[in-house]
Ligand binder design. Structure first.
Ligand SMILES: [Fe+2]
Length: 298
């Protein structure tokens, strides 16, 4: 069983810009590693976000924390789904985890199964903050992916990653599925997916802070820097997160929010919504920009 999202890696020609964006806007700490990737820390784990220099903005990998007794089962399910799984000790050392197995899903997204990122380390926020990021058993945050096939996507997320559907938001032709990890203290969603035939893409990475003042402070920074806000401050009806979305240096958005719902898989009932926001989340004139990372699937 996957416990949470442990880390996320990206490729970008603008990797170096994260050295300023990470601390100044997000409040993250830049940590130096052995290579030229920019790594960010947001809690006592050694790192949580990595941006590797490269030609195009793209997803590089997602790291999923898996319980010890479930690693073999998860590998077996991935193989049963047609994925080739690699156990890679050298990469485990590079990612600063105890053990690591990786595979590419049928859509071309790379998943890494890990135990835990090294720590505890001292986290020094990149700018002053009122409170911590919300991580721990809930992990880094959540990610929202574009997958080419809704049905196959759901089979993969529930059948291989072992997550459960939290709810579905349908707005016109757009259907977004929200999934939680099957624990007793899970984020309302750790992964959400939207399908666009033939495409794989990435919408956003959500980071949660404990204090609304830290959301306001980040929003002030974004506005002062005149960065694009695909969605201004607002609140979602399903996870009850109060958040805004900023277009980061690498095409995709960061959702920065507080107050997200924690669910217990044992008594969760699947919901359905026909709206994305209870209030706010206003898009810029002309509508929100399309996802910055989109490429043909496979
Ligand atoms: Fe989100």
């Amino acid at each position: 069983m996957i416990r949470n999202l442990a880390y996320a890696g990206f490729i970008s020609p603008n990797a170096a810009e994260w050295r300023a964006f990470g601390p100044d806007v997000l409040g993250a700490q830049v940590v130096d590693g052995a290579d030229d990737a920019v790594r960010l820390r947001i809690d006592d784990r050694a790192w949580r976000i990595a941006v590797h220099p490269g030609e195009h903005d793209d997803i590089a990998y997602f790291g999923w924390a898996v319980t010890d007794d479930e690693i073999a089962g998860t590998i077996e399910r991935a193989e049963g789904f047609g994925c080739t799984v690699h156990v890679d000790d050298a990469l485990a050392a590079e990612r600063q985890v105890g053990r690591l197995a990786w595979f590419e899903d049928p859509f071309g997204v790379r998943h890494e199964l890990i135990d835990e990122i090294a720590g505890p380390e001292v986290f020094t926020p990149g700018r002053s903050m009122e409170g911590p990021f919300v991580t721990g058993e809930q992990g880094l945050g959540h990610v929202v992916l574009v997958l080419p096939d809704a049905e196959r996507g759901r089979e993969f997320v529930t059948g291989v990653l072992g997550m459960a559907l939290s709810d579905v938001i349908t707005t016109g032709p757009v259907v977004v599925d929200f999934y939680h990890c099957r624990t007793s203290e899970a984020r309302h969603h750790t992964l959400a997916t939207m399908s666009i035939p033939g495409m794989v893409g990435f919408f956003h990475l959500m980071l949660e802070v404990a204090e609304i003042d830290d959301v306001g402070r980040a929003l002030d920074r974004v506005k002062k820097l005149k960065m694009t806000l695909p969605m201004d401050l607002g609140k979602h009806p399903n996870d009850l997160m109060t958040s805004f979305y900023v277009r980061g240096p690498s095409g995709f958005d960061i959702e920065y929010g507080t107050g997200g719902l924690v669910v217990d898989d044992a008594d969760w009932e699947v919901g359905a919504y026909d709206h994305v926001s209870l209030w706010g989340h206003r898009a810029p004139d002309g509508g929100p920009p399309p996802p910055g990372i989109m490429r043909p699937a496979g």
